[in-house]
Unconditional design. Structure first.
Length: 285
């Protein structure tokens, strides 16, 4: 196991001049998606995931907005983003190098039930989306490098399993769904309509009529509720559905057409803006 001084040495390493990404799925953790990357200029568009998003920066800094709150993070900070929570990301002054995992909900539930020896009630979640916990951040980097380095199965399993268990023990809880107001109910109807009809070319007037709001009111209330505009939400929904099709072996061209994108170039641009990798790289991982 690396010492803390070795971890500090890794943080002190200069950022590489070129951007790089490595994306893979780990079968030891229910096919959990994993990413290690260096970004100098790449900017993530507002997006969300069906899974949790857990990660930490090794070097440099990232400026991100999560659920409408803007923060700058660096080494020692952790991202704990729940499913469906809108976020983006932009490089700090010199860019950043970071690592992420995207564990599905059932994986976290399985780990929690394994640790506690009893059934977990409710849906796991994190109440704090950005926090500073240097010990856990270093543990995450060690666990992530074990997965990426293809070490022995037991070493990798124990390292990542232990990290996820400690993480939820310190910072996790069960989700509580708030009561909806009339305005909230209206924009949820609009959101649900976008989810159900994401392959169609939907107009703002059509969506506003469905919600029972004016077009301006809909955009304002939608952003207030979900921290994203209706169009950006629709684009993100299309990308999330595209990921599922690519995992099943669909071509990028067929996926773009099925998910309602104007063309393959339009699809590729939006896909990379939300995942950090191209559709081809995501498909072949």
């Amino acid at each position: 196991m690396e010492t803390i001084s070795q971890e500090k040495a890794i943080e002190a390493m200069p950022l590489e001049g070129a951007e790089r990404t490595r994306f893979w799925r780990d079968p030891r953790f229910k096919g959990m998606e994993c990413l290690s990357a260096t970004f100098i200029t790449h900017e993530f568009a507002p997006h969300a995931h069906d899974t949790f998003s857990i990660g930490a920066i090794e070097a440099g800094s990232q400026i991100s907005t999560i659920k409408g709150e803007r923060s700058q993070t660096g080494p020692g900070d952790l991202y704990l983003i729940n499913p469906d929570e809108i976020h983006d990301g932009h490089p700090g002054h010199e860019g950043y190098r970071y690592r992420m995992v995207y564990p599905p909900t059932d994986l976290l539930v399985e780990i929690l039930e394994d640790v506690t020896g009893r059934s977990f009630k409710g849906t796991p979640s994190f109440s704090r989306l950005l926090l500073t916990d240097r010990e856990l951040a270093l543990g995450f980097h060690r666990a992530h490098r074990a997965l990426e380095g293809k070490v022995g199965t037991l070493e990798a399993d124990e390292s990542m399993f232990g990290f996820l268990a400690r993480l939820f023990e310190r910072h996790g809880n069960a989700i509580i769904v708030p009561l909806q107001t009339r305005e909230s109910s209206a924009v949820h109807r609009a959101r649900d309509y976008l989810v159900e009809n994401y392959t169609h070319d939907i107009g703002l007037e059509e969506l506003a009529k469905l919600a029972g709001l004016s077009r301006a009111h809909l955009i304002r209330a939608f952003r207030k509720e979900f921290h994203i505009t209706p169009h950006a939400f629709l684009t993100d929904k299309r990308v999330r559905e595209a990921k599922a099709l690519l995992r099943r072996g669909w071509s990028a061209a067929d996926t773009a057409y099925h998910c309602g994108f104007a063309d393959q170039a339009h699809f590729s641009r939006h896909f990379k803006a939300r995942t950090g990798v191209t559709p081809g790289a995501y498909r072949s991982a």
